[in-house]
Design a protein around this ligand. Structure first.
Ligand code: ZN
Ligand code: ZN
Length: 110
């Protein structure tokens, strides 16, 4: 799958417990299939350290993008966990894209 924010960057798989998420090696954005984000936010925040990053591209947050799975236009949705975080959600497959640095804003709320 290609990164929805970087042109021509392939996502690499990262395994956390039984869940495999997809991460962009350039912008450190993360793709979660339906329910994967919820599953991961339910485990110890310390186990998510490998997903955290200092790499942040502020311009990516508002960049219109398409689902890496099905090409549908992603919708911008404010997280109920932390309103600073605007997620990109696919209306078709319910996958969620988090830009680099957003995962720690969600886990910090716990
Ligand atoms: Zn990227
Ligand atoms: Zn999709």
């Amino acid at each position: 799958m290609k990164c929805p924010k970087c042109a021509d960057e392939s996502l690499e798989r990262v395994k956390i417990r039984e869940t495999e998420v997809d991460r962009c090696p350039r912008c450190c954005g993360l793709w979660f299939d339906e329910n994967e984000l919820r599953t991961l936010l339910g485990i110890e925040p310390s186990e998510l350290r490998s997903l955290e990053t200092q790499t942040v591209y502020p311009s990516h947050n508002s960049k219109p993008s398409e689902c890496p799975r099905d090409g549908d236009r992603l919708l911008r949705v404010m997280s109920r966990r932390n309103r600073v975080v605007v997620m990109d959600v696919c209306p078709s497959c319910r996958g969620i894209w988090l830009d680099g640095g957003e995962i720690q804003l969600l886990t910090a709320q716990q």
